[in-house]
Design a protein around this ligand. Structure first.
Ligand code: NAI
Length: 327
């Protein structure tokens, strides 16, 4: 049987952690033949560590054949030792009266420390996915704090936005999500993201022609996808967790096992494509193979799309400027 791989998850006792760990341990992320060792990280706080122990008891009680080891950690320097896959879910949420700058600073501290710990302790091939918000900027901070690791190892989660866009388009066109190809989401994981179905096809037909309604695109589709997180909080009283965990599984699985030519969206450091400055952690369409992603190049950008891309890029460069002095 295969050699086990080490999967680190931060925020392991949180909502998303609870929806995520059982699926990793059952083989949904890395394959039904890949044994895993879970390296679970929580804040050192007694209550959080106790809750983490409870989650580990439940993981034990599932008797997953692929779960061959499990560790609890309160310090990333030990928690990321030899890690092959790191899912950085834990982050500082916005508290009452907290300004945006405070939020960025609090998270900069967490992701600087975690980036440094990965740099020092993790496998040189570690694949890092940042879920904790602001996800793109947190991923950028971790990448900048880990100079000895390849920058391509750091990614941010745009997959939930991608999946939300697929479902909205399937409902609008009366088709199945699984039949839709070439969806793209550009930019920041925030309401400014630009979900773009101009290249999408379903059963060989152009989605754009099937919909043929720019008013729906601008006034219904984009706000629905962009504000979906808020709509879920409003309905559920809690932020999206199972769908976020599902997107994290999709992202890591596709990165590790390949997409067979299918386009997916990943937040990755720009190489300058589409005029996005180098290193900005930006949602791009990619394909993946052999553990590497490749950005789809040369897609035409019309005026409407350029405006949207500029807006989400501006938000990201502002966030980056807001943390520059902390790096
Ligand atoms: P939660 O509050 O239920 O859990 C977060 C957990 O992280 C807590 O148990 C907390 O103790 C832990 N944590 C905080 N700082 C940590 C650190 N430095 N090291 C280790 N653990 C730490 O939150 P939930 O619902 O699980 O969400 C987690 C994050 O994911 C939030 O930042 C949320 O905004 C973000 N999110 C991102 C999405 C995306 O599409 N990128 C979608 C949905 C949520």
């Amino acid at each position: 049987s295969k050699k086990p791989v080490r999967v680190a998850v931060t925020g392991a006792a949180g909502q998303i952690g609870y929806a995520l760990l059982f699926r990793i341990a059952s083989g949904e992320m890395l394959g039904k033949d890949q044994p895993v060792i879970l390296q679970l990280l929580e804040i050192p706080d007694e209550k959080a560590q106790k809750a983490l122990k409870g989650v580990m008891m439940e993981l034990e009680d599932c008797a997953f054949p692929l779960l061959v080891g499990m560790e609890a950690h309160g310090d990333p320097n030990t928690g990321f030792k030899d890690t092959d896959y790191a899912l950085l879910v834990g982050a500082r949420p916005r508290g009452p009266g907290m300004e945006r700058a405070d939020l960025l600073a609090a998270n900069a501290q967490i992701f600087t420390a975690q980036g440094k710990a990965l740099d020092k302790a993790a496998s040189r091939n570690v694949k890092v996915l940042v879920v904790g918000n602001p996800a793109n900027t947190n991923a950028y901070i971790a990448m900048k704090s880990a100079p000895s690791l390849p920058r391509e190892n750091f990614t941010a989660m745009l997959r939930l936005d991608h999946n939300r866009a697929l479902s909205q388009v399937a409902a609008k066109t009366g088709t199945r999500v699984g039949d839709i190809e070439k969806m793209v989401v550009w930019g920041n994981h925030s309401p400014t993201m630009y979900a773009d179905y101009r290249f999408a096809t379903v059963g060989g037909k152009a989605v754009k022609d099937l919909i043929n309604d720019q008013v729906w695109n601008a006034d219904v589709f984009l706000p629905t996808v962009g504000k979906r997180g808020a709509a879920i909080i409003d309905a559920r009283g809690l932020s999206s967790a199972a769908s976020a965990a599902n997107a994290a599984i999709d992202h890591m699985r596709d990165w590790a096992l390949g997409t067979n030519g299918k386009w997916v969206t990943m937040g990755v450091p720009s190489n300058g494509d589409y005029g996005i400055p180098k290193d900005v952690m930006f949602g791009f369409p990619v394909t993946t193979a052999n553990g590497k992603y490749e950005i789809i190049k040369g897609l035409p950008i019309d005026e409407f799309s350029q405006e949207r891309i500029n807006k989400t890029l501006k938000e990201l460069t502002d966030e980056q400027a807001g943390v520059a002095h902390l790096l």
